[in-house]
Ligand binder design. Structure first.
Ligand code: C5P
Length: 398
């Protein structure tokens, strides 16, 4: 797998002669495994045909903010949430000023305001325009806000001038985009994550389980790996490919998940319990397939061990993050679990909604610890995983 695999990137193209190079940027991003959607400002269409970008990206190109057809397909807020990275290349002087002022007069500028994703710009303009104090002040403001600036490169310009202002080479832009996902926040740490459902056998062919897809746990494993951690992912049966570079321990039942977790947690720094563990299992597992009997049947169930509580009790120095999927009184149930399971923090999510939580690609959650809470508005699980880990590291000074 390549370094941007599974990454969703919006390539924003603004009006400038360097816009022709954005076709190459699309290609290089795709070579690295990224899914690319192109958003152009109306002025960019004067320099490169939207059709070219559509053919290269394999997706419709988005241009107009007030386009009811496009909004019905993937609206600007949805696009903003979809992205893991907003890369604007080339970013013209005018568009940079537009970003500084938080304008929303084009689709691309509205996405810039709405996205929770990382924002990267590759400025391109005439050397005198770049050197103007207004441009330099605008760049400094964006940098302060956390926008990553790539380039510009120096050399001969389209207008014949020589100096800084050329858009950075597509290969360099893509290399930088890759490095942004590798932020080193958890360098040297070991993180153990449980994910997916457990399956509790009734007999050789039947089991009790739940609808957990494992997406949140796998997204956390991916984000922790990219943040430099050594990750052990202990997963129940799911249909997801394990993230690159993390050690996968595949388990079936809660008992197996508990043993694997206790073993992996002994030398870990962080334990994240994202699995949807079955609360109960059959008291006895039939050796042969249970035959049909009368109109009703009764199965005796007994409680499964609480994995996260057991791991936390056995490892007092471990940082333990749990999840609480609730349909009502979310915060108060989550706080109860924080205390009863001896967690350092808990992520509460509302699973009564169809658009977030279980099985969905997006999630909206709250982080709750003993003395604070923080809401993470709706975003992709991949982005949410990165944001949760960043909050964990910064907030708790791991
Ligand atoms: O009690 P409840 O299932 O709502 O708690 C959710 C949290 O506890 C999740 O972090 C889940 O992974 C963890 N859990 C566990 N073992 C169980 C039940 C839940 O680790 N048997």
């Amino acid at each position: 797998m390549s370094s941007l695999s599974n990454k969703r990137i919006i390539l924003g193209v603004t009006g400038g002669i360097a816009a022709y190079k954005s076709a190459e940027v699309v290609r290089r991003l795709q070579d690295q495994g990224a899914e690319v959607r192109v958003v152009m400002t109306p002025a960019a269409g004067e320099f490169i045909r939207p059709l070219t970008m559509q053919a290269l990206s394999g997706n419709p190109v988005h241009i107009e903010l007030l386009d009811s057809e496009a909004e019905a397909g993937m609206g600007h807020i949805e696009l903003a949430r979809w992205a893991d990275l907003l890369l604007i290349a080339p970013a013209s002087a005018d568009f940079i000023a537009n970003m500084v002022h938080g304008r929303a007069d084009s689709l691309l500028s509205a996405i810039h305001l709405a996205t929770p994703a990382m924002v990267v710009i590759a400025p391109a303009m005439n050397q005198a325009m770049w050197a103007h104090p207004a441009s330099l002040a605008n760049i400094a403001t964006l940098q302060e806000r956390g926008v990553c600036i790539i380039g510009p490169d120096a050399g001969i310009q389209a207008c014949g001038d020589v100096g800084p202002g050329r858009m950075q080479r597509p290969d360099d832009i893509v290399e930088r985009a890759i490095s942004l996902f590798e932020n080193g926040l958890l360098a040297g740490k070991k993180v153990v994550i449980t994910a997916g459902p457990t399956r509790e056998a009734l007999d050789p062919v039947r089991y009790i389980s739940n609808h957990s897809s494992g997406k949140m746990g796998y997204a956390l494993a991916q984000a922790a790996t990219e943040a430099g951690a050594k990750v052990t992912l202990i997963s129940g049966p799911v249909s997801l490919a394990p993230p690159e570079r993390c050690q996968l321990t595949a388990v079936t039942s809660a008992d197996e998940m508990l043993s694997a977790s206790l073993e992996a947690a002994t030398d870990a720094d962080v334990f994240i319990a994202a699995a949807a563990v079955a609360d109960y299992r059959a008291s006895t597992v039939a050796e042969q397939k249970i035959k049909k009997q009368g109109e009703q049947m009764t199965i005796n169930l007994e409680k499964n061990p609480d994995i996260v509580a057991t791991v936390s009790a056995a490892n007092p120095n471990l940082f333990v993050l749990g999840f609480a999927a609730e349909t009502q009184d979310i915060e108060s149930y989550a706080r109860d679990k924080l205390a009863s399971k001896n967690l350092n923090a808990i992520i509460a999510n509302d699973v009564s909604r169809g658009d977030v939580g279980f099985n969905a690609d997006d999630n909206e959650v709250s982080w709750i610890d003993a003395d604070s809470s923080k809401v993470f508005s709706k975003r992709s699980k991949a982005q949410l995983a990165r944001d949760i880990l960043e909050h964990m590291v910064n907030h708790l000074k791991l």
